[in-house]
Design a binder for this molecule. Structure first.
Ligand SMILES: Cc1cc2nc3c(=O)[nH]c(=O)nc-3n(C[C@H](O)[C@H](O)[C@H](O)COP(=O)(O)O)c2cc1C
Length: 310
């Protein structure tokens, strides 16, 4: 049985639904030694800021039960450095590129976005709204609907490709933030970023990360991520969602699709197994054929809800 794995994300159509999660794949060159990254639906690159950033001091990563904490601090070469070096490599590969952008003010997001306008190979922009907003006492954009919407409005004005707002689950009501981002002009949503976490070494009595707090990723967060995708999909069934959080197996991919995702990003799993995303695509095709699923779209949001007694 041949299966159709094309992923429909509104204005953006990908050959398959397996993409990389920002920050877990750099720009792809390291992983291309293992397999051809052009086989992926898209490469979502590490978040890029206006100026280069060195990131936070080590230790910046720590293992936790079923997951990982990180406080990298958006280390990146800055938009001009990235355009000079990484984009040409990705263009040479011919893989669709979704550029994750970050900033601490609306103006910074808008400027990074402007420099991406009209670049060959860039099929979308993912707006990492999980950074603290310097103009508003360091509050994280994605924790509030209005500042998130302001950033999306500025970015959608600056570029001519679909824009995805990347949200955090560290909020009381993700649907209200998601709605504000869509109303501001985003094509879709990326759900979810890491959850804020902390680990303490009990012998030294010190926090494990130099930054004290960090982002939790990996299988530990998957049920939270699936819940967020489900809630947003139920509220806005037509909006494309790139689902992520602890994807490691084909069953995890299918779980996100059933919850309502149109594509699925693989993050932390790349660190343990560089072939992770590649193998998930092959595994997904086999799973669909084995289960008589001809088209990926048959799975999207197809979770069967329990019957409720009146
Ligand atoms: C080491 C590391 C660095 C990350 N850097 C970024 C980043 O630069 N921008 C971003 O939007 N998300 C970043 N993330 C979050 C991931 O893209 C993803 O949303 C999250 O890790 C959940 O997926 P996972 O459990 O499959 O890793 C990072 C995650 C990790 C583990």
């Amino acid at each position: 049985m041949t299966v159709d794995v094309r992923a429909d994300l509104g204005a953006l159509s990908l050959d398959n639904p397996i993409v990389t999660a920002s920050g877990c794949f750099a720009s792809g060159a390291e992983i291309d030694r293992f397999y051809d990254v052009a086989t992926l639906g898209a490469v979502v690159v590490k978040s890029i800021t206006l100026e280069p950033r060195e990131g936070l001091p080590p230790p910046r990563m720590a293992e936790t039960p079923s997951g990982m904490l990180n406080a990298i601090g958006l280390q990146n070469p800055g938009i001009d450095g990235w355009l000079a070096k990484d984009l040409p490599w990705l263009q040479g590969k011919g893989v669709p590129v979704i550029v994750s952008i970050a900033g601490t003010s609306v103006d910074e997001f808008a400027e990074v976005a402007r420099r991406l306008r009209g670049r060959a190979g860039v099929v979308g922009v993912e707006v990492n709204l999980s950074c603290p907003n310097v103009d508003h006492r360091g509050l994280v954009f994605a924790c509030h609907p209005e500042p998130s919407a302001d950033v999306i409005t500025a970015v959608t004005r600056a570029v001519d490709v679909p824009v995805f707002g990347k949200l955090t689950a560290d909020v009381t009501d993700i649907v209200s933030v998601a709605r504000a981002v869509i109303d501001a002009g985003a094509t879709g949503l990326s759900l979810i970023n890491t959850l804020l976490g902390m680990a303490i070494d009990v012998e030294s009595r010190r926090p494990t990360l130099a930054n004290v707090l960090g982002g939790l990723s990996g299988p530990a967060i998957r049920p939270v991520a699936v819940r967020n995708v489900f809630q947003v999909h139920q509220a806005m069934p037509d909006i494309p969602i790139i689902g992520m959080g602890g994807v490691r197996t084909v069953r995890d991919v299918v779980e996100f699709l059933l919850a309502g995702a149109s594509a699925v990003a693989v993050g932390t799993a790349n660190f343990a197994d560089p072939f992770a995303a590649h193998d998930l695509l092959a595994g997904l095709r086999t799973w669909m054929a084995d289960h008589g699923v001809a088209k990926l779209s048959e799975l999207r949001g197809a979770v069967q809800m329990p019957d409720r007694e009146a």
